[in-house]
Design a protein. Structure first.
Length: 179
């Protein structure tokens, strides 16, 4: 991640880790990200050049002052001052990537045809943790195209146990067969 936003997110993580505030800031970063997703007009407002910078900074202070770590608040202020707030999500991703690396966490994307029950998700998470030797965070997706089974992406590797994947493999083999 070599974008400016990625570098900003990495810098925030480096500072937070050095000050032993990385856990708190990770939690608050995700909360702020959720607020911004639910209220995209707020980002538009904070990015509006016709509003003086001092007023935009005051909006951040009013919304988040005393509720989030000062480093995170100052980080948001820097993004607003530099006109880079629209890349906040990329900053969060860079922070999360470094946080996961340093805390032995892997993220898995699990795709199924129907939503997994909590018991199924917990069993899958336990199995992935055993296989990888790391704590695993499951991101669940539902896609009817898989027809059945599961597709799991973990640490850049794809494990495709879906009916759709098997059918694609059969099609590929049939088309490669020379008669």
């Amino acid at each position: 991640m070599t974008t400016a936003w990625g570098l900003y997110g990495q810098s925030l993580y480096d500072l937070a880790a050095e000050e032993k505030a990385d856990d708190q800031i990770m939690e608050e970063l995700e909360a702020v990200r959720g607020i911004f997703r639910e209220n995209p007009d707020y980002i538009t407002l904070l990015s509006e050049p016709s509003i003086p910078g001092k007023n935009r900074i005051q909006l951040l202070d009013d919304a988040f002052g005393g509720q989030i770590h000062p480093y995170l608040l100052n980080f948001l202020k820097i993004l607003v001052e530099k006109g880079m707030l629209r890349g906040f999500s990329t900053c969060c991703s860079a922070y999360r990537k470094s946080y996961n690396r340093d805390h032995g966490i892997s993220e898995a994307i699990v795709t199924s045809a129907v939503p997994l029950s909590e018991d199924q998700a917990q069993a899958l998470q336990a199995k992935l943790e055993k296989v990888s030797g790391r704590k695993v965070l499951l991101n669940r997706r539902v896609d009817a195209k898989v027809l059945g089974g599961l597709s799991v992406e973990l640490d850049g590797k794809l494990f495709d146990g879906t009916v759709g994947g098997r059918l694609d493999e059969i099609r590929r083999r049939v088309t490669e067969t020379v008669l």
